[in-house]
Design a protein around this ligand. Structure first.
Ligand code: F3S
Length: 63
């Protein structure tokens, strides 16, 4: 499983980082999320799915 954050859609709601803090990093400049590595470890898949569901902007894509 892989995950991506669409920087155009992200508005810095931070819910993704609360759901999966090991995966999503928040920019200190604008608070927008990014992922250091698209590959999601198996033990993080549930947290990443929860993050994608929780994003109000639907900025997170799982593929
Ligand atoms: Fe951005 Fe959505 Fe996370 S708006 S900071 S990707 S909850």
């Amino acid at each position: 499983m892989k995950v991506r954050v669409d920087p155009e859609k992200c508005q810095g709601h931070t819910l993704c980082a609360m759901a999966a803090p090991d995966i999503f990093e928040l920019s200190e400049i604008d608070g927008h999320a990014s992922v250091a590595n698209e590959e999601v470890p198996a033990d993080q898949e549930a947290a990443v799915k929860e993050a994608a569901r929780s994003c109000p902007e639907q900025a997170i894509t799982i593929f």
